[in-house]
Design a binder for this molecule. Structure first.
Ligand SMILES: O=P(O)(O)OC[C@H]1O[C@@H](O)[C@H](O)[C@@H](O)[C@@H]1O
Length: 396
């Protein structure tokens, strides 16, 4: 099965379905034509981003995730597509070429490698040699700590110099996962338990076009102390999949309710994007969205039309934007680097955070901007139902 993203303006993209809880159907508006959305749209939206896992070492979990993501995006799938029909994406042309040329696929043990990182903690590295990209993922917290492109010369993520690697505290940097709660709350510590729980490796795969993938799992059956009381009356299975391909980096979280009662959650991919300096970053796609300003008594506001100027950060910033477009972008004016982000409609919101030198904040605050695709309003999953949220990142 091949799965392709479709342009945001198409009928398919406006038809994201939320197969859980109360929100039966989520209708997305077409992106507005601003500098930001034009930049974001330029090459991400038609990228062939998901491949199935057939013919590799397993692939079942990945196949399911690919099918679910296809439904969430409202995209085409076709189990019988030949390599020559893979057209339609940035990477697909190369992929098709490679398949037609009979280039042998790498062996999964050589390219999705289980190893050790800081303080002997378990890591998985994904190596997409054909496009000179690499990813490092810690199984503690399922925290992706590094994504390099261009043979290691570009690092996309910020990892704090004072990050703690003790298998107890969340790792500061990369992509921590916020679940089952974004932010502080009554039931759970800040950002929930995913980022400080030990996950298991469920699957490592090489796709038919050479894309590399890893799926980590976490379940209530693991009975971890880190779940606190939250899991006492709930049963769940989580799958976190990370895929590296010509299209870029894709991460997705699947949440399945395996219990007898519904439960609710909020969630986010807490992306710490590395920037040359926070003053050089502009974020696009947030025009005309409503927001809550967490640093201003949770005051509500609307981000007006900025004529394509984008959001710049000039003070401590912590805003939750609601019902944002599925495509966002960030441009770094110093190194002329464009980061494009496409998210599933199941992650309708986005947070922008930078502490900007506030007391006690990370000493590296100048070097990151967090742009976090999120479901900030509670999502409810009925028994036996599931939810899937994903993002695709690409850099120019
Ligand atoms: O320090 P933590 O728990 O990793 O959280 C960092 C920040 O994460 C952001 O997502 C929140 O919007 C901020 O409010 C929070 O301060």
């Amino acid at each position: 099965m091949a799965v392709a993203f479709v342009p945001s303006g198409s009928a398919g993209a406006r038809r994201g379905r939320v197969r859980c809880g109360n929100d039966a159907v989520c209708v997305r508006r077409a992106s507005r034509v601003t500098l930001g959305s034009r930049l974001a749209r330029r090459s991400v939206v038609t990228a062939l981003a998901l491949r199935d896992g057939d013919g590799d070492d397993g692939g079942d979990a990945y196949d399911d995730i690919a099918k679910s993501l296809a439904q969430e995006f409202g995209v085409q799938t076709d189990a019988d597509r030949g390599a020559g029909d893979l057209a339609g994406g940035v990477g697909s042309g190369y992929a098709a070429g490679a398949v037609l040329a009979g280039v042998p696929l790498p062996v999964v043990d050589d390219v999705v490698v289980v190893g050790t990182g800081k303080n002997g903690m378990q890591t998985v590295t994904l190596d997409h040699a054909a496009s000179s990209q690499k990813v490092t993922l810690y199984t503690f917290g399922a925290t992706l700590t590094s994504w390099t492109t261009r043979g290691g010369s570009v690092e996309v993520f910020f990892l704090s110099d004072v990050a703690v690697f003790d298998a107890q505290k969340p790792i500061r940097g990369g992509i921590p996962i916020c679940f089952p709660q974004f932010g502080p709350g009554p039931e759970m510590r800040q950002h929930g338990f995913c980022r400080d729980s030990q996950w298991k490796i469920k699957e490592r795969s090489v796709m038919p076009d050479g894309s590399v993938a890893c799926v980590l799992g976490l379940s209530s059956a693991d009975k971890l102390e880190s779940f606190g009381g939250w899991a006492d009356d709930k049963a769940f299975e989580l799958e976190y999949s990370v895929i590296l391909s010509y299209a870029g980096l894709e991460t997705s979280l699947r949440v399945r309710n395996t219990g007898a009662a519904p439960f609710s959650f909020t969630s986010a991919f807490h992306n710490y994007f590395r920037v040359s300096d926070v003053s050089q970053a502009r974020i696009y796609g947030l025009e005309n969205t409503s927001f809550v300003d967490k640093l201003n008594n949770n005051e509500e506001g609307v981000r007006g039309d900025d004529g394509g100027a984008g959001v710049s950060i000039e003070e401590p910033t912590d805003r939750m934007h609601f019902a944002t477009p599925d495509e966002l972008a960030m441009f770094d004016f110093q190194n002329l680097r464009l980061l494009k982000l496409k998210k599933t409609p199941t992650l309708p919101d986005a947070t922008v955070w930078n502490p900007y030198g506030a007391d006690g904040c990370d000493p590296g605050w100048r070097s990151f901007v967090c742009v976090e695709p999120a479901a900030l309003k509670p999502v409810t999953i009925e028994p036996a139902a599931e939810w899937l949220g994903g993002q695709l990142l690409a850099v120019d």
